[in-house]
Ligand binder design. Structure first.
Ligand SMILES: Cc1ncc(COP(=O)(O)O)c(C=O)c1O
Length: 345
């Protein structure tokens, strides 16, 4: 049995055109990706709307998926339209209203030389009801982050627009380090010593009523949530500056928040500067952001995001891909099915 404690609502996953019971596993242990991280993935969310579940910015996520695949010299065995249909199918099979959707493309079993010349590219898709990535409390009240002592991969080393599985080993180490020391999340600096991003989130700060964020030149993955928030802010008449962010800018900000498909909009209310590895953790300087509570602009944008993804603002409906053809069809499929309890990660 595979424990689904961390995958609430998961019943079936999709692998190369077929649906499998969550309890089955048939990927060979000598698969290339398992050894070298030779995979690319997407993190996508679907939210319940009046017309049933809708997938947020699916087209942009799949464009990035194809770009990631190209970086790893992969031939994607399906078209974008076929992947859209496969994702809808998995959503329907799992009877989910709200979901995190994870397509993963990987070099499978064939050979183990570094060049995957005999390893086929395979696609899997799973979905489950993943709650607030940094916890519901963190999303509402704000999180405490640690500035990590390691520098993010540099843009001159690898195309950071690609979500390559192997790159995430750094996120794994950084996030684990921060959590072991009691923080909610880490923040990486870049090689230039400026703020880069979280292990799976972008950062945006507010200073004197204006939003500030960095871009790919600062060694970040320019997230789809980031671009959504920047567009929502501009539509609300909030000015945006895209430029490098120093540690001083960060700790002196009026407000800071993370953006990401998983993290959505999560306020950052405390920052500890852990750059100096020679200092004992209790000596690291700690800063309260604003008055230590989520600020007004963060709250306004978080609420707006929440409304947009749930289809409550018609001018952004073009970002939604409905899973079912109509509200009636959604009701027929989903009926009164209760969703399982969501879990904090
Ligand atoms: C390293 C990193 N930065 C930023 C993001 C945010 O990107 P998005 O908003 O597209 O989810 C993610 C998540 O995908 C990420 O893994």
């Amino acid at each position: 049995m595979f424990d689904t404690r961390f995958f609430p609502g998961a019943r079936k996953y999709w692998h190369m055109g077929k649906l499998y019971d969550w309890n089955t596993s048939h990927v060979h242990v000598m698969s290339h990706a398992l050894h070298y991280g030779s995979s690319v993935f997407e993190g996508i969310r679907a939210y319940n709307t009046e017309r049933g579940p809708a997938i947020f910015r699916l087209s942009e996520h799949l464009d990035r998926f194809f770009l990631s695949a190209k970086t790893l010299n992969m031939e994607v065995p399906y078209t974008k339209a076929e992947i859209v249909e496969a994702i809808k199918r998995v959503m329907k099979e799992n009877r989910l209203r709200n979901a995190y959707i994870r397509p993963n493309l990987f070099y499978a079993y064939g050979n183990l030389g570094l060049v995957p010349k005999a390893s086929p590219v395979e696609l899997t898709i799973g979905c489950w009801n993943w709650g607030a990535y940094l916890g519901e409390e963190g999303k509402q009240l704000g999180v405490h982050v640690l500035i990590l002592p390691w520098k993010r991969w540099h843009i001159s080393q690898i195309d950071l627009r690609a979500k390559l599985g192997g790159l995430y080993v750094q996120s794994n180490i950084g996030a684990t380090y921060a959590r072991r020391l009691g923080f909610d999340e880490g923040v990486f600096l870049n090689m230039e010593g400026r703020i880069a991003e979280g292990p799976g989130e972008n950062v945006i700060l507010v200073k004197n009523g204006r939003l500030h964020t960095n871009d790919y030149r600062e060694s970040i993955l320019e997230g789809i949530t980031r671009s959504t928030i920047l567009e929502l802010a501009r539509d609300l008449g909030i000015n945006v500056t895209v430029a490098p962010i120093t540690v001083e800018d960060f700790i002196q900000a009026d407000e800071i928040f993370f953006t990401g498909t998983a993290a959505e909009v999560t306020p950052i209310t405390r920052v500890t500067d852990g750059r100096d590895k020679n200092l004992a953790p209790e000596k690291w300087p700690e800063y309260v952001i604003g008055d230590g509570r989520p600020g007004p602009i963060t709250r306004q944008l978080a609420e707006r995001y929440n409304d947009v993804v749930r289809g409550r603002l018609s001018q952004y409906e073009h970002w939604l891909t409905y899973v079912y053809d109509s509200a009636d069809e959604a009701l027929r499929y989903l009926g009164t099915i209760e969703e399982e309890q969501v879990t904090k990660f």
